[in-house]
Design a protein around this ligand. Structure first.
Ligand code: GLA
Length: 401
């Protein structure tokens, strides 16, 4: 089930207690898990995510003044600050907000700059997406705010436009030069389906997860912070590869346009690290399309092999794995019922995704937690999630926009 009505009731009550009136509504925005296609989105390639049954919930009402009055329930923190000024640059304004409030402020700034009516907002939020775990807690927060601003502002925007606004907010206010995958998935999720998304054309196809398979997500509990720079650095290396390859292959606009054969011929012209990053992205684009094909055919063993290969590439070529992620993947591989496993999201910590035989999924999850704990001393969080519905605005009890 995508919605969590007891969480919604709790949040409404918290809002009412604080502000002495019920909220105008609640925005729900899910996190996502990516089946395959990592660090391909900003290279205009393909990704294959699904929204998950964990969401950010934001109870919100409009304010007459241009003020953001926010309470982060999970952090026990609150702020009352002016809305950002759309006529001024992002950077110095972003610093006025605590890190968690930058996502909401950033979304307000981007939407206002694009001419939307964005009014002051009073909100209380809480998240069941674990923070910094590679399940897109930041994107979910951005999307929750965009959903609330849209509902309260009464204007129209497509889900793709909202996703793009949220991506820009992350660039401008959080300083992470992310691609579009996370915000896209949080807005376009569909219960029971993964989303094959072409990050160049912005077209997507929904592909069902076969009935005999389950998705198991395992949190290593090693936290990543993308602001630390490893992510943007990889992105720059990819851009450098494109620049060099475009000299001899002018049709190359992004790594999406590069083939394995081209890379082999040109490998001497690329610095080592740049070549490795490019090799990962080119291989990963291929694997993503192959995995979508495998799932369309219901060929779970082939899909699983592609996941293992994707993990090895992220570990060895793109170098964004950490020992705990490798331990989790190795543990998963050794347990009966596992088709495939890999790190999901940006890496540097966070979660792995496992494709598992449905009938064995519960036993698998338990065995995985035990093995990981035995190897690392860290108790992981292991969860089963069906692909969930994308973001929604819940306007008063039980009504959906
Ligand atoms: C983060 C970014 C995404 C994507 C992934 C890696 O989640 O926000 O845009 O690049 O990392 O695939």
């Amino acid at each position: 089930m995508t919605r969590d009505q007891s969480r919604e009731a709790q949040l409404s009550a918290a809002f009412e207690e604080r502000f002495h009136a019920p909220p105008a509504g609640i925005a729900r925005a899910p996190g996502r898990v990516n089946l395959i296609g990592e660090h391909t989105d900003f290279n205009e390639g393909w990704v294959f995510p699904a929204a998950i049954e964990r969401s950010v919930y934001l109870a919100a009402s409009p304010l007459p003044d241009p003020v953001l009055e926010l309470a982060a329930l999970d952090l026990n923190e609150e702020i009352t600050l002016p809305m950002p000024d759309p006529s001024k640059p992002a950077e110095e304004q972003a610093r006025a907000y605590p890190a968690w409030a930058r996502y909401g402020a950033g979304v307000a700034w981007v939407l206002a700059r694009s001419g939307r009516a964005v009014q002051g907002l009073r909100g209380v939020f809480s998240s069941t997406v674990p923070i910094g775990s590679g399940l897109s807690s930041s994107a979910a927060l951005e999307v929750a705010f965009a959903t609330a601003f849209k509902a309260l502002g009464g204007w129209e925007a497509s889900r793709m436009e909202l996703a793009q606004a949220c991506q820009q907010a992350e660039h401008a206010f959080a300083g992470v030069k992310c691609g579009l995958m996370d915000q896209f998935a949080s807005l376009h999720g569909k219960e029971g389906f993964a989303l094959l998304f072409d990050c160049r054309t912005l077209e997507f196809e929904t592909i069902p997860i076969p009935a005999q398979a389950a998705l198991v997500i395992a949190d290593t509990r090693v936290r990543h912070k993308l602001e630390d720079g490893g992510y943007n650095e990889r992105r720059e290396q990819c851009e450098q590869a494109v620049k060099i390859l475009a000299r001899t292959h002018p049709q190359v606009r992004a790594l999406r346009d590069v083939t394995t054969a081209m890379l082999r011929i040109e490998s001497a012209s690329l610095p080592d690290l740049v070549r490795m990053r490019a090799e990962h992205v080119v291989g990963e684009c291929e694997r993503t399309l192959l995995m979508a094909d495998a799932l369309r055919r219901g060929d779970l063993p082939s899909a699983g092999e592609l996941m293992y290969a994707g993990h090895a590439s992220l570990r060895d070529l793109y170098q964004v794995s950490v020992p705990e992620l490798d331990t989790m993947v190795a543990a998963a591989k050794s347990i009966p019922g596992c088709y495939g496993a890999r790190l999901t999201g940006a890496g540097f910590g966070g979660c792995t995704i496992q494709l598992v035989e449905r009938e064995k999924a519960e036993a698998f999850a338990e065995a995985l937690a035990t093995k990981y704990f035995d190897a690392t001393g860290i108790p992981p969080e292991v969860l089963l999630s069906r692909p969930a519905e994308g973001a929604e605005w819940i306007n008063g009890p039980g009504k959906k926009e």
